[in-house]
Ligand binder design. Structure first.
Ligand SMILES: [Zn+2]
Length: 581
């Protein structure tokens, strides 16, 4: 069912929906409906909210919602709402904020939002918001671009975007763009075409799409085409599949690529379909796209899609949304018969192509613990990027230059740029933690401590700024006095930073601390070693500091990450004349 939606929505965006016989498709879809009102992934399978939305979306594409008993479908969905406002995906009860989106999007298309408790649904989604501005699958779950799309989409549809911290989330999202122009789903991950949709649509819904380089992203997507056979893959040179073809085309549509229909970023359906418009979608009509300016292999993708669409239905696509839990009661046998056939002249060899079953497994995401709370300054950035205030723009550029110089080891040069930024736009001062770090490395500890104290006043949950204030004051007044002046901050979501905070605040054994995270996930070992070394430095134990900070540099995260703190560890070694190679 999902494959049908991806393939057919792609065809529609390309203006080629007539490649398939709509009656055949609709007949098959209706055979997938369960007596409960929900839809299954294929005939005879169990219903799930995910397939129900895909079925409704496909019927909307063909303008055939009238074949549905909308109240019956709405009753199925409302029956899955829980007491706390959350939704289960099916009768087996798994709860996830994605299911909240599926329910709200589906009911919105059916004009049946009144069938659920919207206020409770919205409050549940709001409870999944994290300190980094993103959203998780349940309260406290790690932020992930796919999850963010679902939560922001549901909030947009219900007119509840005031629950989103747009600047904070905008930063998290625009930091998903990597050098190649592609977007990733979480820090430190590879770019992937499907995030062109999850990230971009979210940025559009919160009015922050200007924060990424749209041209570079469009080029990245186009580079993922199979220019001979059509279709789009997750990354250049990989095999194409219908899922990435859809999200690549949908991403290009959001980028207002010529010749593609515009798409509604919240409902994930082409505009002009009669669904309640969300506010941003109204401003996005696109009658002025020039279809003659096509770089995209439009017709090839169209033909290929009609083929892979049919094939997709015989395979078990499992990408962003989990299929229903693998309970033995679920039937997941692969059918080999095509539920419906393409009308147009597709070459038969496409049918022998294997759809790659590469699965981006989002069900067991590895936790990452990057320095999310140390955000680049956001004040004035909107002015800066929209050209509203040229000084603000210059200030942001100066901060970028300063960060680059620091990463390159030019600490004094970075300070010149950071000071210039404050001169241009005094609002920046309250957020310039990068300046505090530079001040530490040129031994201007008093100014450094002041900088971190100002920052903590703005961001009272930042563990690292509190620790860096301590580090500056330990150099000025000694450890005991620095501890008396210790800045207490809120709970850090990262276990390693919570432990580091406790050690700096109350004392502790840095070797034990580092050892506790020696097998930690992601960047935990890096952070534990770095802060153990800094703790030794505060105690005036340079040899022990060297061991830990060099270890941090040599850790995989220290070597490969573009986290600013990984650069800091290298700068630290440079300033102390330690070899980190
Ligand atoms: Zn992907």
């Amino acid at each position: 069912m999902n494959g049908a939606y991806w393939g057919l929505a792609t065809l529609d965006l390309l203006g080629k929906l007539d490649a398939l016989d709509s009656n055949e498709v609709i007949e098959w879809i209706m055979k997938c409906q369960h007596e409960s009102g929900g839809f299954a992934g294929n005939i005879g399978h169990d219903p799930h909210m995910l397939y129900t939305l895909s079925a409704v979306q496909v019927l909307a594409l063909f303008d055939k919602l009238n074949v549905l008993d909308a109240d019956k479908v709405a009753n199925y969905i409302s029956g899955l709402q829980n007491e706390d406002g959350s939704f289960s995906g099916d009768e087996w009860g798994e709860v996830d904020s994605r299911f909240s989106y599926l329910a709200i999007c589906c009911l919105s298309i059916l004009h049946r939002l009144d069938k659920i408790n919207v206020e409770k649904a919205v409050n549940y989604i709001a409870s999944c918001k994290n300190v980094d501005g993103g959203f998780g699958c349940t309260p406290g779950g790690e932020s992930h671009a796919g999850q963010i799309f679902c939560c922001v989409g549901a909030l947009a549809i219900t007119g509840s975007l005031h629950h989103v911290d747009k600047d904070l989330l905008g930063w998290w999202l625009c930091e998903r763009q990597v050098k190649s122009g592609g977007l990733n789903g979480r820090p430190e991950k590879l770019p992937d075409v499907c995030y062109s949709w999850w990230v971009l649509s979210s940025l559009i819904m919160i009015d922050r799409v200007h924060w990424i380089n749209k041209d570079k992203l469009a080029k990245f997507i186009l580079n993922c085409q199979d220019t001979e056979n059509g279709g789009i893959s997750d990354r250049p040179e990989d095999a194409v599949d219908v899922y990435h073809t859809y999200f690549g085309i949908a991403g290009l549509s959001l980028l207002e690529y010529p010749g593609l229909k515009a798409i509604d970023p919240a409902h994930a359906l082409p505009l002009l379909i009669s669904i309640p418009a969300t506010s941003h979608s109204l401003s996005k009509t696109q009658e002025h796209r020039n279809p003659n300016n096509l770089n995209i292999h439009n017709s090839q993708i169209g033909v290929h899609i009609s083929t892979v669409t049919s094939m997709a239905l015989t395979h078990n696509f499992n990408h962003i949304f989990p299929t229903p839990s693998s309970s033995s009661k679920h039937k997941h046998s692969l059918t080999t018969t095509l539920p419906f056939s393409p009308k147009t002249h597709t070459k038969s060899h496409f049918f022998s192509t294997n759809i790659p079953s590469r699965i981006h497994n989002l069900q067991n995401p590895l936790p990452t613990f990057t320095r999310r709370l140390f955000l680049p300054s956001v004040s004035g950035i909107w002015d800066a990027l929209t050209g509203g205030n040229s000084n603000a723009r210059e200030a942001v550029m100066a901060i970028r230059r300063g960060m680059l110089l620091f990463r390159q080891g030019d600490v004094l040069g970075s300070l010149v740029e950071f000071d210039k930024a404050i001169e241009l736009d005094t609002r920046q001062k309250a957020y310039l933690w990068q300046r505090g770090l530079s001040l530490y490395y040129v031994d201007r500890f008093e100014e450094g401590a002041d900088q971190f104290r100002i920052d903590v006043a703005q961001n009272p949950n930042d563990t690292e700024e509190s620790i860096w204030c301590f580090l500056c004051e330990a150099q000025l007044y000694g450890v005991d006095e620095a501890r008396k002046r210790f800045l207490e901050v809120g709970r850090d979501p990262r276990p390693v930073m919570r432990e580091a905070y406790n050690m700096f605040k109350d004392g502790g054994d840095p070797e034990k601390f580092a050892a506790a995270f020696s097998n930690g996930q992601g960047n935990e070992y890096f952070y534990a070693s770095l802060y153990a070394g800094l703790y030794h430095e505060a105690q005036k134990e340079p040899e022990a500091a060297k061991v830990q900070i060099v270890a941090a540099c040599r850790s995989p995260y220290g070597q490969r990450s573009d986290d600013y703190m990984a650069s800091l560890a290298k700068v630290h070694c440079l300033c102390r004349n330690w070899s980190s190679d």
